[in-house]
Every structure is written in structure tokens, then in C-alpha cells.
Design a protein around this ligand. Structure first.
Ligand code: PLP
Ligand code: LYS
Length: 383
């Protein structure tokens, strides 16, 4: 991602800043489109991962739709010229205002997460003289084998309708007159590296499909959500897991009906590798076991390590060819001990003023930043 010229160019910018390499995004989007070509598959990009307008313009260029989780995300998608007919709306807590707005706008589908929500959407659509297009989000109770905080498809999670609610759901569907059932929706979690869990998901989806076809209910599309993980250890290497293997699982194990569409809501795997957080070393401070490298970027720019103890590769771009002979706790300036990007990180001997890159921050990076400690918003630089 970096060469001498790019690194030299960084000297002209005030740090910290988000550096987006749109050529990386191009490559990723091309791979996705190649893998789904010839199949009745559609990808709706999960906009929560990154709402940057230049990123969205690229995603639109490749023809993806958008998966939203708030009314404001829908508004933002439309402002960025995505057609309402390519926008899906999920979320366990849709407000009346958001539902009304989405109905008026004519989005493709509501991914409905509970029976009470289904009734509210039906009532509101009735009052507006509309038919609400819906998919039912099921909680398939499939373990995504990922971090506890980003697991969404276990019965104990708040997301989706559980299997034991199925007969109540069928009764309700038969009764409601202002909804049009289009799809079945699933999303089991994020940063999934063990792809066998998607095979387990396919088996559950096939079971759910049967429940509907046994009752003579036709389903237009199946939505298997997102969740494909990325290689945080080696962002410049081959993606592990890779898109080919991922899509292959659905091609092999999911029983699509004739003419049925298969939808995906990928977020992280689309955008994670196209960005780095670029920062300068403010101080090297002596520590008890390891010295501290204190950066001018902190958890306000990237909260993932503090929130999930997640790993991001850290590189000293000022000394890229030197041996990583020293170890540092790489920390930010925020008044929290969790403001730490990594402990005992091997780096070349690092000095004040060195440029540091924190890699793979394109997903859930900039969007999760905050102004805690009244910090300025980080700038953005593109290639
Ligand atoms: C409903 C839904 N769809 C899609 C995504 C995108 O997931 P990921 O970024 O892991 O691909 C999420 C986030 O986990 C989600 O909650
Ligand atoms: N914010 C999480 C992912 C959550 C995805 C949304 N359900 C992360 O940074 O990994």
C-alpha cells in the first residue's frame, strides 16, 4: 500500500489522518463482482462500516446496493445517489419516524427483527395506504465463532426472530394485510474467519426455506447478511479468507429455488483493507517492562482495539526497511488506559516525529470515531 513517494507525501499533512487508497477498493469490488457474475446474487454494502462519500461513489460505480440500520443511513445513501429500490433497512429498534420515512421513500425491503415491529410496520403502511415490502430476519442460532461482542446469530442475542416464534409469525403473516413478504434474512456476526460456520448457516436457511414452502409461501430472496472476516495480520497479503471460497460455500450448500435471488450484506470485507490511520510519534516514554510510543492518534480515531482488543498491524513508515528490533506499547493521548493500539509491538527503533501507520481501518474505523476529550476530527487523504 505504501511506497517512498506516498510516504514522502504524508510529510505535508497534519496528523492524524485517514488515508484511503481507492485503488485497493477498486480491486476488492472487482473481485466481488467477478465472483457473483452469472449467479442470481446481489450484494448490498453494509453502509455502517464506512459512510465516506468517495468510498460510496466507488461502491455505487460497481452496482452494489446498500444495507442500512438507521433512517439517517438511508438518507445518506440516497444523498449519495443510491436508488431507494436498492436499499434494505435492518435494525432491532426502528422508530416510527424512521419507518414512515422508509415507507415514503420506497426502499426495497425492511428486514424485520421482531413480531411487534412487524405489526407496527403493517399498521403504519395501512395508514399511509401502502404495502410494506418486508423480509423476516431470523435468528438461526448458529455460532459465528467470532468475538462475543460481534456475534449476532445466537438465541441469546437481541437480533432477529427466534425459531420458537415461528407459528406465531405464520399466524401474524396470514392476518396482516399491508405487508408483502419478499425475503428471509439472516446475519450471524462479523469478522468470521472460520468459513465452516457459513455452511452451518446454509443448513439452517434450507430448513427455514422448507418451513415456508411447506405452507405454500413463495420467497423472492434469501439474504445471508455479511460477516466475512479480513486478514488483519497481513493486510498486503492475499485475503484470508478469500471471496472465492466464501461465495463457493453458498453456491454449494444453499438450496436456492428457481428464480430466487441470494443477497449478501458485506461491510468489513469490502472496505477494511483500503484505509490506514496515519499518525506521528509525539514521545517515546520509558515504561516498566516496555517503553511507550505515544502517538497523536488515539481511541477517538480508532476505537476497535480498546473496544474488542482487536489487532491492527502497526508499521513505522519512517523506518520501513529497518529491523523491528525494539518493543513498544503503542498508545494514544486519550485519558484512558484502554487507549492502546497494541502491547509489546515489535518496531524499528522509533523516535519522535516518525510516521506510524495503523492498518486495515477502512471498516468500523472513521465511522466509530468520537470527539471525546474534545478532539478534532481526523482529516482524510485519498489516493
Ligand atoms: C444486519 C447486518 N448486515 C450486515 C452487516 C455487515 O457485517 P460485516 O461488516 O461483518 O460484513 C452487519 C454488521 O455486523 C449487520 O448487523
Ligand atoms: N463494529 C464492529 C463490527 C460490528 C458490526 C455491526 N454489527 C467492529 O468494529 O468490528
Amino acid at each position: 500500500m505504501f511506497n517512498k513517494e506516498i510516504i514522502a507525501g504524508f510529510q505535508n499533512h497534519k496528523t492524524p489522518f485517514y488515508y484511503y487508497d481507492l485503488t485497493v477498493l477498486d480491486e476488492t469490488l472487482k473481485v466481488i463482482n467477478d465472483e457473483i457474475a452469472g449467479f442470481n446474487y446481489k450484494v448490498h454494502y453494509a453502509i455502517k462500516a464506512n459512510t465516506n462519500d468517495r468510498i460510496l461513489a466507488k461502491i455505487k460505480e460497481y452496482g452494489l446496493g446498500i444495507d442500512c440500520v438507521s433512517g439517517n443511513e438511508i438518507k445518506w445513501a440516497i444523498k449519495n445517489r443510491f436508488e431507494p429500490g436498492k436499499i434494505a433497512f435492518a435494525g432491532v429498534g426502528k422508530t416510527d419516524e424512521e419507518i414512515e420515512y422508509a415507507l415514503k421513500t420506497g426502499i426495497f425491503t425492511f428486514n424485520v427483527e421482531s413480531l411487534p415491529e412487524l405489526e407496527v410496520i403493517d399498521t403504519m403502511a395501512g395508514k399511509m395506504g401502502l404495502e410494506a415490502p418486508i423480509a423476516i430476519r431470523f435468528n438461526p442460532n448458529v455460532n459465528a465463532k467470532t468475538h462475543y461482542y460481534i456475534t449476532t446469530g445466537l438465541e441469546e442475542n437481541k437480533f432477529g426472530i427466534n425459531h420458537w416464534e415461528l407459528s406465531a409469525l405464520f399466524e401474524l403473516l396470514a392476518k396482516l394485510t399491508n405487508i408483502k413478504l419478499l425475503g428471509l434474512h439472516f446475519h450471524i456476526g462479523s469478522q468470521i474467519l472460520d468459513l465452516s460456520v457459513f455452511k452451518n448457516l446454509c443448513n439452517r436457511v434450507n430448513d427455514y426455506q422448507r418451513e415456508f414452502s411447506d405452507r405454500g409461501i413463495e420467497i423472492h430472496h434469501i439474504n445471508v447478511g455479511g460477516g466475512l472476516g479480513v486478514n488483519y495480520q497481513n493486510p498486503d497479503g492475499e485475503p484470508i479468507p478469500d471471496f472465492k471460497t466464501y461465495f463457493q460455500i453458498f453456491k454449494k450448500f444453499l438450496n436456492l429455488r428457481p428464480n430466487q435471488e441470494l443477497h449478501f450484506e458485506l461491510g468489513r470485507s469490502v472496505v477494511a483493507q483500503c484505509a490506514s490511520l496515519i499518525s506521528r510519534v509525539l514521545y517515546i516514554k520509558e515504561g516498566i517492562k516496555t517503553n511507550f510510543t505515544i502517538l497523536d492518534a488515539g481511541m477517538t480515531e480508532l476505537i476497535r482495539p480498546a473496544l474488542y482488543q482487536s489487532f491492527h498491524l502497526i508499521q513505522n513508515l519512517s523506518k520501513l526497511n529497518d529491523d523491528p528490533s525494539s518493543k513498544y506499547d503503542v498508545v494514544g493521548p486519550i485519558c484512558e488506559s484502554s487507549d492502546c493500539f497494541g502491547k509489546a509491538i515489535a518496531l524499528p527503533k522509533t523516535e519522535r516525529g516518525d510516521i506510524i501507520a495503523i492498518r486495515s481501518v477502512g471498516a468500523y474505523g472513521e465511522v466509530m470515531s468520537s470527539s471525546y476529550n474534545l478532539r478534532d476530527k481526523a482529516a482524510v487523504v485519498y489516493r
